[in-house]
Design a protein around this ligand. Structure first.
Ligand SMILES: O=C(O)CCC(=O)C(=O)O
Ligand SMILES: [Fe+2]
Length: 263
């Protein structure tokens, strides 16, 4: 099968990415819910292929283990250690970078497909989307083995695009609360965050099966991925785009996420 042809990777009959009505429906969904899920976006054969490709590369993944606050900032020393702003949560995962994904991978076909990219831009209300200028950040595969998790956080970027390849036996679920803060207005909602982290407020759980494409607006919607349980690794692809050309991830972020820089 020709993996360099987008039509062999996604079913454009089921998901007509160029159809104005379909785009409009997706736009409405993401603006109303802060999230859009397209189940079975990848066909079964491609998922199987990508799980194998991903498993083969797991041994070269960079493993990171960190604690951070939900705002992904340094601690504020003017506030007490036990203030919710300074409350530490744990994140741990393995990650492979764009340069470690084979050129013939269907992930590259999908990421670079004009049809796919224009669809994403239209749904997200952006003029155009661009790849990262560094050779590491555009496509990443994340691995969460038993006990690994992503702690509660608000994203720095306004949107995220993910594809689940393999779900664990248990755990590894994506939980969120829509619009818990308003970053643009400088509203951090300490009370709301505290209530969630103290287990008083219960989050929503997003239903995601392997092959599901997820578009998520995570800047104001707090989210986490619960610890993987069992021997099967949670494997997830992150497709990262910029809204202007020529942008690289900062060197310090490259070190944090990938353990090295592109050059
Ligand atoms: O693993 C996921 O499903 C979400 C990833 C995420 O929230 C992030 O990378 O910021
Ligand atoms: Fe996130």
């Amino acid at each position: 099968m020709d993996q360099t042809n987008i039509r062999n990777i996604i079913d454009l009959g089921k998901y007509p990415l160029e159809d104005a009505n379909f785009i409009k429906l997706c736009r409405t969904k993401i603006s109303e819910n802060g999230v859009l899920t397209l189940p079975n976006f990848l066909n079964e054969q491609i998922i199987k292929y990508l799980v194998e490709e991903g498993s083969d590369a797991q041994n070269i993944a960079f493993f990171s283990n960190s604690t951070h606050n939900v705002y992904l900032t340094k601690n504020n020393l003017e506030l007490d250690d036990d203030h919710i702003f300074n409350r530490q949560v744990v994140s741990s995962k393995g990650c492979i970078t764009d340069d470690q994904i084979p050129q013939i991978s269907p992930l590259k076909t999908l990421y670079n497909s004009e049809i796919f990219r224009e669809f994403l831009a239209s749904v997200l209300g952006e003029k155009k989307l661009y790849e990262y200028a560094d050779g590491l950040s555009s496509i990443n595969v994340h691995y969460a083995s038993e006990g690994e998790e992503l702690g509660w956080h608000f994203d720095n970027s306004s949107f995220a695009i993910t594809l689940l390849l393999q779900a664990p036996e248990a755990g590894g679920s994506f939980e969120y609360i829509k619009d818990l803060r308003d970053a643009e207005a400088g509203e951090m909602n300490f009370e709301g965050v505290k209530s969630l982290l103290d287990g008083i407020t219960k989050p929503e759980v997003l239903k995601v099966e392997p092959g599901t494409l997820v578009l998520f607006r995570g800047k104001n919607s707090i989210h986490r991925v619960t610890p993987t349980r069992g021997n099967k690794t949670r494997m997830l692809v992150v497709l990262a785009y910029n809204t202007s050309p020529g942008i690289s991830l900062s060197k310090s972020a490259q070190i944090t996420f990938f353990g090295r820089t592109a050059d």
